[in-house]
Design a protein. Structure first.
Length: 225
């Protein structure tokens, strides 16, 4: 099956995280009264690490026992803290990511970016990287319906970009949530990368069809000679 669409994660896959998610998380839970020296903090941080790639609001709902007001407050604080870090210059691409995306598109493969961030944070990231126009589409959970591990981001990209068959899709990410999302969407290629949150063993156990050192290896996998 020829691949005609690649759906790529952002933080940890095409964008270096550098601990920004954890720093923003600390600000977020601080906004609802949980400081780093609180007994609950280590367990919360561990949960954030395990759920990397998922929609951030759903993570905060789980952490705060379904208290919607506190979850929304934490999520807003998270997005603001992350955006401030991006604006301060803490925003770098994974080496070779932009070149890989350009090579895919030059060879007829459409590229969509998917993220667990809200739209304003996604837009700040793209602006900070200078990636306006680099991809065909970028999506957030609110724009697709649900975030990972659900298949909505992938399937929304399929619909919006006019892909004929989900088997023509490659999904790439650094977390088990990315892998689960790709498998549930029916993608033929569901590749994990080792530039982010989860290691080879975790990605393989989740069902990744391939594990790559970096997204820069993706064109060699997808482009037929």
């Amino acid at each position: 099956m020829t691949i005609t669409l690649a759906v790529l994660d952002m933080a940890g896959t095409t964008v270096l995280d550098g601990g920004l998610v954890e720093r923003a998380f600390t600000a977020a839970v601080g906004a609802v009264g949980v400081e780093p020296d609180a007994p609950a903090y280590p367990g919360m941080l561990d949960y954030v690490r395990r759920t990397m790639g998922e929609s951030k609001i759903t993570v905060f709902r789980a952490l705060l026992d379904g208290d919607e007001d506190r979850a929304q407050t934490a999520n807003q604080a998270f997005e603001q803290a992350y955006a401030d870090l991006v604006d301060a210059g803490h925003c770098d691409p994974v080496p070779g990511a932009a070149a890989a995306i350009t090579r895919l598109r030059d060879n007829g493969i459409k590229v969509a970016l998917g993220t667990g961030f809200a739209a304003p944070t996604r837009d700040r990231l793209l602006a900070g990287l200078g990636w306006a126009g680099l991809v065909d589409l970028s999506l957030t959970p609110a724009e697709a319906g649900r975030g990972r591990p659900y298949p909505d981001l992938v399937l929304t990209a399929v619909l919006r970009l006019g892909i004929e068959d989900v088997r023509q899709v490659a999904v790439v990410g650094d977390t088990t949530a990315d892998v689960h999302s790709g498998l549930r969407a029916g993608a033929s290629v569901v590749a994990g990368v080792l530039t982010g949150a989860h290691d080879r063993a975790a990605l393989t156990a989740a069902g990744a069809t391939h594990v790559l050192e970096s997204v820069r290896e993706l064109p060699d996998l997808l482009i037929k000679p």
